[in-house]
Design a protein around this ligand. Structure first.
Ligand SMILES: Nc1nc2c(c(=O)[nH]1)N[C@H]1C(S)=C(S)[C@@H](COP(=O)(O)O)O[C@H]1N2
Ligand SMILES: [Mo]
Length: 257
């Protein structure tokens, strides 16, 4: 089985277009209880999905699926596409489980990021400490299963570095996130350690604005939008399945793209 996902930009664009169409259909009808990402399907089937017909054929062919298989197929060395600054979507869309006028206001002077669970090192971080760590930025595509995608530029600390400095047990299964708006999600450790997984503090070169998740958003171009938590206040390293806000309502836990 080969991974031919997002081989070219036009592939990716078609996949996104098709994802918008297919994933609006009731998930139950297509796959039983779980919503699948088309990326996951492509990985499972080894299909090169380039048009509506092949996507539909693939959807028909793949009838069962689970997170373990998807996690197994995740290639930690596979990089998501990056784009030039000129392709950034302006304005970048806002999305949350509430309207934009309800975005939480986090006070930077009192804010602290807690990390707990299977960690032996530093457990509380201030924003200044995070800004003092090596920073990198990337221009990547954010894909929301509600049927839109957009290219944005995020900058911050490589999450693998942050976990190392926190003394996290990287043999643990999960990393869970709790957010200032009570949102939550969780990811597998290989994704947490992926080179493009960033604990971002900036958007387009500026401090992350409230609507995009101030003070921080975990940005993973290998994951669908709902797996990318904004306004993170607490991180837990654990072997107990943590679930998440949308995951507990039936969204696919792996949520890869
Ligand atoms: N804290 C928090 N994080 C969240 C969400 C949310 O409602 N609350 N929504 C998720 C979803 S579904 C998407 S598509 C993206 C939207 O991020 P954006 O507003 O930067 O576009 O945030 C994700 N992270
Ligand atoms: Mo989303």
């Amino acid at each position: 089985m080969s991974l031919k996902l997002f081989k070219t930009r036009s592939d990716a664009e078609l996949i996104i277009k098709d994802a918008a169409k297919e994933l609006k259909a009731p998930a139950r009808r297509l796959f039983g209880k779980r919503i699948l990402s088309l990326g996951g399907l492509a990985m499972l089937s080894g299909c090169n999905i380039t048009d509506d017909k092949s996507v539909n054929a693939m959807l028909r062919r793949v009838s069962s699926f689970n997170d373990d298989v998807q996690a197994l197929l995740f290639d930690p060395n596979q990089l998501a596409p990056t784009y030039p600054d000129s392709m950034i979507t302006r304005p970048f869309p806002f999305n949350a489980f509430y309207d934009i006028d309800e975005v939480p206001e986090v006070d930077p002077s009192t804010y602290k990021l807690a990390i707990g669970g299977l960690v032996k090192g530093k457990r509380v971080w201030t924003l200044d400490e995070l800004h003092a760590m090596p920073q990198e930025s990337q221009v990547t595509r954010h894909i929301c299963i509600e049927g839109w995608s957009a290219i944005g530029k995020w900058g911050g600390v490589r999450f693998a570095n942050f976990l190392a400095r926190s003394g996290a047990d990287t043999s643990a299964k999960y990393v869970a996130f709790h957010c200032a708006d009570n949102y939550s999600t969780s990811i597998d450790m290989p994704t947490a350690l992926h080179a493009q997984t960033l604990l971002t503090l900036t958007y387009d070169g500026q401090i992350l604005p409230p609507k995009y998740g101030f003070p921080m958003k975990l940005r993973m171009p290998t994951k669908l939008g709902y797996k990318n938590p904004k306004h993170i206040v607490a991180i837990t390293v654990t072997n107990d399945y943590p679930g998440g806000y949308w995951e507990n309502q039936g969204y696919n836990w792996f949520g890869g793209s």
